[in-house]
Design a protein around this ligand. Structure first.
Ligand code: FMN
Length: 207
């Protein structure tokens, strides 16, 4: 697909068929993700590919349990909102492939410069608005575009991260932070391409 067409053809897909994803297509998507820019070219990320249905259902339970716990005191008239939050946080549960995207701390020249000060690596990351997290966003967007190019559907899911600790334990990844999930699969229906947004609403030219 031509690039401009691809950008607008990429839409969030939440309903998937159970048809598996071809390994060649999957690797193209993963490679596109890993081609993203990163701070200091540190590639501070990792992707876990989950296709085991039992693991995916464990992940779904972990998210639902965490949401039930968090909202155990919600008023009865808010229950439908909670159910909606659950649905949008567990979209991955009906996908044949779930990609779990992790970030890890990275080393940049500023860390060396500030090593002997009381400014911690966490504070540097906060000051710079979490570059490793930003990099995983670039990685995910590359994967979503690559998925659209392969005529596959995908959904970026941050809602599930309320159960980050539980999901990290299920996925068995240590020393890295789970940043987001991506559900991937053959789409049930073809979404409409996106309409471009109005530049005037979102863009300011600084005089
Ligand atoms: C950072 C981020 C987090 C998102 N989290 C969720 C989510 O938890 N559940 C979900 O169903 N969709 C999620 N989405 C998808 C958005 O709802 C979707 O991108 C938005 O409605 C625009 O639709 P489009 O992707 O088709 O352009 C997320 C998107 C982004 C960028």
């Amino acid at each position: 697909m031509e690039f401009n067409e691809l950008v607008y053809a990429r839409r969030t897909v939440r309903r998937f068929t159970q048809e598996p994803i071809h390994q060649v297509a999957l690797e193209k998507i993963l490679k596109a993700g890993l081609a993203a820019p990163s701070p200091n070219n540190a590639t501070p990320w990792s992707i876990s590919v989950v296709t085991n249905g039992e693991v995916i259902q464990k992940m779904r339970h972990a998210v639902n349990d965490r949401l039930d716990l968090m909202f155990s005191t919600v008023k009865p008239d808010n229950k439908t909102v909670l159910e909606k939050v659950k649905v949008f946080s567990t979209v991955f549960a009906n996908a044949p492939v779930v990609l779990a995207v992790f970030s890890r701390p990275y080393q940049a020249p500023i860390h060396e410069l500030l090593a002997d000060t009381d400014i911690s690596p966490e504070q540097i990351s906060e000051l710079r608005r979490h570059p490793e997290l930003q990099a995983t966003g670039a990685l995910v967007q590359n994967m979503l575009l690559a998925a659209a190019e392969e005529e596959l559907g995908a959904c970026w899911i941050s809602g599930a991260l309320v159960a980050r600790r539980e999901l990290e334990a299920i996925l068995g990844v240590k020393d890295m932070h789970l940043e987001t999930l991506v559900a991937l699969g053959h789409r049930e229906a073809q979404p409409h391409p996106k309409e471009p947004l109005d530049l005037e609403m979102y863009v300011n030219y600084v005089p």
